[in-house]
Each structure stands twice: as C-alpha cells, then as structure tokens.
Design a binder for this molecule. Structure first.
Ligand SMILES: NC(=O)c1ccc[n+]([C@@H]2O[C@H](COP(=O)([O-])OP(=O)(O)OC[C@H]3O[C@@H](n4cnc5c(N)ncnc54)[C@H](O)[C@@H]3O)[C@@H](O)[C@H]2O)c1
Ligand SMILES: [Zn+2]
Length: 335
C-alpha cells in the first residue's frame, strides 16, 4: 500500500506492506551508496536482509537506548560518514525505532547541509507515528529533542513483519499512540483495537495516514499538530515521576488519555482496550507531584497548558487549562 505525504517539493511516499523489506529495490534505488544507521538491539536479520539487496551499503551502528540519542552519537555517526567519504549524492537509511530515526534523520539533515534520508521504522511506535512528520532531533542531557530540525525523508518503508522480533511489551506500548490517533480522529481505528483478531498492518496504515494528514496541514507544528499531545500532558508526568518503575512511554500515554476522556461509555471501551494491551493501571499518585512535572515540562514558560479532550471517539476539543484546572483533573483521577 502506498500513501503520499503532500508537502510540495518535500512530498514523499510511505510504503506499507508485509515483506516490503525483502523487496527493497521496489522502493529505493539499490545501486546508490547508503549508510544504514541502526542500533545494536535491532536484530541483525533485518540489517542483513537490507544489505543483501543493496550494492553499496555500509552499516553504522550505535548503542541502543534514549540516552544515546545524543550529540555524542551524532558526532560519531557524522565522523563515520566523513571517514567513509560520503558525498552529497549518497544517502542515509534509518533502520530501527524512533531513537534511530530521530538521530539518523538529524545526521542526514545536517551532513553537507542535507543528504537524502530514508526511514525504515521497525518498532510499532515508529511505524504508527514518529517515522512520518520530519521531526528529527537529539536530546541534550535530560532535555528531550532540544536540538533538531524539520527534515522530511525521501520515503518511509514500513514492513509490519519486523514487529515479529520486537518485545511484545514494546508492541503493546507503541499501539497506544495509534489508539490515541483513533480516539481523536477516527473511530474506525478505535474499532480495530476491539476486533477479535488484531490486524497490525491495518492499524499502522490507518494511523500513519492520520499522521500524514496532520503533518500536511501543519508541517512546522504551528497549530493542529498539538492534538497529537492527547494523553501526553499527564502521561509525560507519570513517565517522569515514575522513572524508576519504569513505565514505557506508550503505557503512560495510555494512562494519560483516561484523564481526558469525558464520556463514561467511551472510557469503558478504552479501559477494556488498555486491559487487553496489558497497560498498567494508573499508579497511586500525589497530584502536586504530577503537577510539578507538568509545570517542569512547560519549562515554566506558560501559565496554562493546551489540553486535548475527547467526548466521542474520533473527535476532540482543545482547551487551554490553567495549572489549577489541571490539578482538579488530577484530583478527580483517571478512573
Ligand atoms: N520524530 C517524532 O515525531 C517522534 C514522535 C514520537 C516519538 N519520537 C521518539 O521516538 C523515540 C522512541 O522510539 P521507540 O519507542 O521506537 O524506541 P527505540 O528506538 O528506543 O526502540 C526500542 C528498542 O527496540 C529495539 N528494536 C527496534 N526495532 C526492533 C525490532 N524490529 N525487533 C527487536 N528490537 C527492536 C531497539 O533497538 C530499542 O532497543 C523517542 O526518542 C522519542 O522521542 C519521535
Ligand atoms: Zn508519544
């Protein structure tokens, strides 16, 4: 299946299909020179599958984990490109999750002022969300994504088969970003989560198509893209406050969404989906502690927070809430 992100001269295709990775020449020119950027937890079978089909590709691998989405790794990958004498006509392929995609994309955006970038996301989170949209970045210390750019890939190639090697908890956590997309924009996508048999290819396709639409409307995140933060205000706070647990990001988004679903029947449905996906229930929390994380998230720069609420599946309302109002939401609880 092919979707097309329409951004004038930055338009690009998204290819989605089982075995796509086994037929890479259908999507990219196998004769070009590529640096495949990946991390050491992406199974070798996917790296090898790609290399076998490309005539002139090398691999640049770094240690997995968010802590390595850093300037240090960025510098390492740039050094490798220089050492291997990569030129303007060569290209970077990201093969991995959101960490690899964000880092490799930022490398590609800045190496020789920008070389071609292809994204092959291999986690569900990156397949349903982060691979499309052109936000590329590294972290600085504990500040996430603070150094980055908007840089669109030349193509995104999604092969749901790569999920076969992914830790099931990562799959379930990533699914929450797709559920989020459905809750704000597409009830049919929510229904996919309620079917006896889950069809990840359909979930990915519907979800990434919604992301495509949002990005087309708001490439540089000036407005509508903020709706993607549904579930994230309180979700991020739980993620921060319970960092020692630790919860996965998507799990926290799942918990965070419950606070802003305003219809009891819909909340019931979502709770059933969260159970099915083994999302932990919201831990006992102190509202003021979570609030302090929310204030910190905003870096103290605003006295209100843009929140997204859902009353009916597939539609949303945006509202600026004061910290006091958020406190009330926290006091009321997510259940
Ligand atoms: N650019 C955006 O718009 C955007 C949006 C959302 C999130 N993000 C970023 O995405 C990152 C999180 O991405 P993530 O959840 O994919 O985490 P991740 O990239 O760290 O991947 C999770 C783990 O899975 C491993 N892995 C990847 N593919 C695998 C596979 N097929 N089989 C087995 N293991 C595999 C990785 O090596 C890693 O250890 C964060 O840094 C976040 O900031 C970016
Ligand atoms: Zn998220």
């Amino acid at each position: 299946m092919k979707l097309e992100v329409q951004l004038k001269e930055h338009s690009y295709p998204i290819w989605i299909g089982q075995k796509a990775l086994s037929h890479i020449a259908d999507y990219i020119d196998p004769g070009r020179r590529y640096a495949i950027v990946t991390d050491d937890h992406v199974p070798r079978q996917w790296v090898d599958l790609l290399i076998e089909q490309l005539e002139n590709a090398c691999v640049i691998s770094f240690e997995h984990g968010e802590k390595n989405k850093s300037l240090k790794t960025y510098e390492y990958v740039q050094e490798q490109l220089i050492e291997k004498r990569f030129g303007r006509k060569d290209a970077v392929i990201a093969l991995g999750g959101g960490v690899v995609g964000d880092l490799a994309g930022f490398v590609a955006a800045t190496y020789m002022r920008g070389i071609d970038f292809y994204n092959i996301p291999t986690t569900l989170l990156s397949q349903v969300d982060s691979s499309v949209g052109g936000k590329v970045a590294v972290d600085m210390g504990t500040v996430k994504n603070i150094i980055g750019a908007f840089y669109q890939p030349k193509a995104v190639i999604i092969d749901p088969d790569t999920l076969s090697t992914l830790d099931p908890r990562q799959v379930r956590s990533g699914a929450m970003e797709a559920l989020k997309m459905g809750l704000i924009l597409d009830e049919e996508l929510v229904k996919e989560f309620e079917k006896d048999q889950l069809d990840y290819e359909t979930i990915i396709a519907r979800s990434i198509d919604l992301k495509r639409m949002i990005v087309e409307n708001d490439e540089k995140e000036l407005g509508q893209r903020a709706i993607l933060n549904f579930g994230h205000t309180i979700g991020h706070a739980i993620e921060g406050a319970y960092a020692q647990v630790p919860y996965y990001h998507g799990e926290c988004v799942g918990m965070g969404m419950l606070f802003f679903i305003e219809d009891e029947k819909l909340k019931e449905r979502v709770r059933a989906i969260l159970d099915r996906f083994e999302i932990p229930s919201v831990p006992d929390y102190d509202p003021d502690t979570l609030l302090s994380y929310i204030v910190h998230d905003k870096k103290g720069s605003a006295d209100s927070v843009k929140t997204i609420r859902v009353r009916k599946a597939g539609s949303y309302a945006m509202q600026d809430m004061t910290y006091d109002e958020i406190r009330t939401v926290l006091l009321r609880g997510g259940v």
